[in-house]
Structures are given as C-alpha cells and as structure tokens.
Design a protein around this ligand. Sequence first.
Ligand SMILES: Nc1nc2c(ncn2[C@@H]2O[C@H](COP(=O)(O)OP(=O)(O)OP(=O)(O)O)[C@@H](O)[C@H]2O)c(=O)[nH]1
Length: 584
Amino acid sequence: MQLQAQLKVGAALLLAVVAGVSTCVFVGYAQGYRQSTRNLSTLTSYDQALKAGNAVSAERAPSNILLSLDPHATTAYASTRSAVTDARQRTDAALAQLDQLISARPQASADQTRLGRAREALARARVAYDTLARHAPADRSPQDLQAAIDELIAARDQLDALINHRYDEAVRLAPDQAGIMQMARILSDLREYGGRLSSTLVVPLSTPEAIGPTRQLAIASLRGRIDELHRLMPDRVDETKWSNQDLDVMRTQVERGFFSHTLPLIDAMVARPGMDYGLRAAAFTSQVLPDLLTMEKLEDLFMQRAIAQVADAQQAASRHMRLIGGFLVAFFVFLLAMLRAAERLVILPLLLAKNEVVALANGDLRRAPRAGSSMEARALHEAIDTLRQQHMRSMRLAIERDELSKALRRQAHTDALTGLLNRHALEEITGDLSAEPVRLSKGRGLILIDVDYFKPINDEHGHVVGDWVLREVAGRIQRLVKEPHMAFRYGGEEFALLTNGLSMKELCRLAEDVRHAISDDSFSAPGVSTLSVTASLGVAKGSTTVLTWLDLLNTADTALYQAKAQGRNQLVAAPSSADDALRA
Ligand SMILES: Nc1nc2c(ncn2[C@@H]2O[C@H](COP(=O)(O)OP(=O)(O)OP(=O)(O)O)[C@@H](O)[C@H]2O)c(=O)[nH]1
C-alpha cells in the first residue's frame, strides 16, 4: 500500500478510536444532560404546583378580611376588594402556568382532572365569597361564612392531590433532590395549615361567637399537624446540604414569626374565655399573614436553590457536550492538517524525489522540481544530487570510452600512411577469406588498383618520395569515390575500390576515371620536379559465377594480373556470364 494511503487509513482509524471514546463520554454527558433536563422540568412543575397551592392559600387572607368588612361603609372594603381581585388574578395566573406545565408532561390527564376540580371548587368559593361580601356584616350568617371558607379550602385540597402527585414524580425521577423537595413540601403544608388555622378563627372573630367544640377539635387537629411538621423541619434542614446564610436567616424569621408569634397568638385567642378575642378578624388576619408569607418565601428559596442546582448540572453537561464536540472537531481538523502536512512535507518530496530518480535512471540529467525543506528532505535531495553527479561522471566516462573505442576502431581500420581504409577494414566486410566462403550480393563490384613500377620510384627517389606518391595516388582515388563506394589501401602500392549497385559498365567507367586520375597528371614530389605514375586495374563484379567474396577478389586479382601482363596502365574487366553481360 502506498504511504499516502497508509497515512489516510491510520488517520481514519485514529479518528474512529478517538470518536468512539469521545462518543462514549459524550453519551454519558448527554444522558446527564437529559436527566438534568427532565429533573429541571419535574422540579419546575412541582415548584409551580406549590406556587399555585400557595396562591390559592394566599387568596384566602384578603377574601376572609373582605367578609369582615361592610361593603357600604368603609373605604377599607374597596381596597380589600381590590386586594382580593389581585390575589385572584395571581391565583389564576399561577393555575394557568401550572396547567401549561402539566399539559406538556406525559400522562398529564390525571393532573389536569385534579386541576379542573380545583378550579371548579375555586369558582364556587369565589361565588360564595362574592355573594356574602355584597351583604352587610350583620346579614352574613356564620354558616354561610364557614361554607365559603370551606369551599376555598376544598379548592386547595384538590390542588394538594396534584401537589402530591407532582411531588411523588419529582422524588421518583430526581431522588437526589428528595430532601429539598420534602422540605419545600413541609413548608408549603405549614403555610397552608397555618392559613387554615387562622381561617378557623375568622368566623368567631367576625360574628363574633364563641369557639364551639367542633371548631375546638378542628383547631386542635391543625395545631397537632403543625407541631408534627415543625418537628420534622430541623431534621430535613440538617439532612440537606442547602443550609446557607440566606436560608438560615429566613428560617430564623419563620421560627420567630410563625412559631413564636402567630401560633402563641392563636393559642392565646383560643384560650380566652368568652367572645372577647382582643382582635377583629381583619386585624388578626393582617397580623398572621406576614408570617405565612415568610414561610412561603422560605419554601420558594429552597425550590429556587434546587432548580438552580439542577440547571447548573444541566449547563455543566451541555458545556461538556459542547467541549467534546469541539474537541472532536478540533481533533478532526488537527488530523486533516497533519495529513496535509505529511503530504506536503513527506509524501510530495518523496514522490518528486522518486520522479527525479526515475528520470535520472532514464538519462534525464536535468534537476526536477522539488518540495520539502526538512532536514530529511534536504538529505534526500543531496543524495539525488550526488547520484546525478556520479551518473554524469559515468556518462562522461562512457562517452569518452565510446569515443576512444570508436577512435581505436577507426585507427584499426585506417591506413596510417594514406588515411584510406585498410585491408583489415575490407576484411571486416568480406569476412575471413580463408574460412567458409561468404556469399556476395550481385550488386557488389571490386576494382583492384596497383601502381606500376613502384619499386623503381622507391629505388630512384627514396622511400619518402615513394610514400608521398602513395599518399597522392590515394588522394586521387578518394576524390572519385562517393558513398556508398569505399576505397581501401589493399597493401603496399595496391589499392581496392569496393562498389555497390554499379553495373559492369559503370564499374569500368569508374575504373577508367581512376586510371586517368593517376596517370594523366604528373606528380611533383618534394625534391622531384615531375614524376609520371601509372596504375593497372582489375575489375570484377558479383555474378552467377562470382558468388562469394573470395570469388570476387580472385577474379579482380586475375584481371589485374592480366592488365599487368598486357603492358600495364590499363584496366581489365573480368568477363561476366552471358546473362550478367546482358544486364550490364
Ligand atoms: N615507399 C614505400 N614503398 C613500399 C611500400 N610498400 C611497399 N613498397 C615497395 O613497393 C615495391 C613493390 O615492388 P614490386 O612488387 O616489385 O612492384 P613494381 O615495382 O611496382 O612492379 P609492378 O607491380 O610489377 O609494376 C617494393 O619495393 C616495396 O618495398 C610503402 O609503404 N612505401
């Protein structure tokens, strides 16, 4: 596999492993996020149920005050009426918000039924209150007053069922928050029971009338329940890790207000003999209300803390998810950048270096484009440069060797005196004449040229002049020979002219030209004024009877011998066969 492909596979595997591990961690955080989102939703709907309960409880105080006021005589009535309207609006808004929250939850129908019942009871209670409020205080019977209060309590009871259900679900889904939710529940119940307790005194205080045994029993039951919840409170607060300065301050206010002021006040009023309670209903309710609201605030503070903690957990999970997502993207980008860098810094330089080496091996000595500036890439390029230099040296040596061998070959085939090809060169063409005869093409022709009476030239003028004459003769022959014909010094004062493609007639014409070239112009060798030189020529051509090189040489030699014998300075052409003669 190529390095590039290997890198890509490696990067893909690495990415898969990192993505796998990150996904596992991501899934963990995603579950945490989902869990905290669900917890948040559960806590929010539980909190809203408590708020709706508190709103219904809170509606009772101005409503009860209203029932102690004269609709015609007091300005207090109008302001209380307005407070009732505000309280009802707050209740309706809280119930509407609760409705919205629970309808978004799974299996909402049971809670919606409970909410519907609470609304119906609330509507009945409001009608009862409004009817009574229109009458003068003297026309309001204690029974009707109690009935209206009971109807409002019934509305709160309907909500209690819903609060219980929200509480159960919240504890089931978010057991971590169970302590705080229970604490909020206790405070909500305390606020409600405290409100109910003070409501039990509204009728006696408004009418006024004595607290009868049934009411005594109800008051005792509520006091018992309140004491029980009060006993539970410290444990719950200690168990939770929610205690901090704000909560402690408010908790102290609740203790000082509700438990040390309101309850003793109620106890004292209940304990008073006769119908002189010391306080009218409106004043009593106004005194009690702030302590109840402090409890409501404490409960709200607990819930807000719980919600804030879950929201923190949700945000932390979301932050971690984003962090992992970001890490994955960054890692992917990093891998991509590494791959690119590897391509640019390693693979591309390697590929280009490979191409350069291949080109070098194919004889291309040019410097190819290169990439990479790393130490390793530079070392590779230096190695290629060294290779190139060695390659150039070897090529130079090869060329020199080739030229040398060509020169040697030329030298071996050249006659040193005349510069013509020598006999050895002729034998390269004819082959070894003493060995197996080599067949000859019919187009081949041979002219043997022998200088006449050369020995006397040597003898008379010396060898230097003899050499000079030989060179001059060779020059005159060479000037007449054109490609593809070739001239040789055959030996001593004898020359050979090997032709190709000439007819016998053309061959004879060439031989005649050679003879004239030697004999027509006298030679003026150094130290010798004029010197007449002639030559005898024997001409032969490949034919049906002259089949081999040996035949051709022998035939030309015989013809030359004949020319010498016939008086020299002439040419003799070896006779051809009849067919050949015809073609010639
Ligand atoms: N100067 C010189 N003489 C050479 C060379 N090679 C051969 N000779 C001489 O050439 C002469 C040849 O003489 P012969 O064979 O008797 O022939 P010729 O004198 O030319 O007589 P014919 O061929 O019969 O006309 C000899 O004296 C050789 O020494 C050479 O390279 N230089």
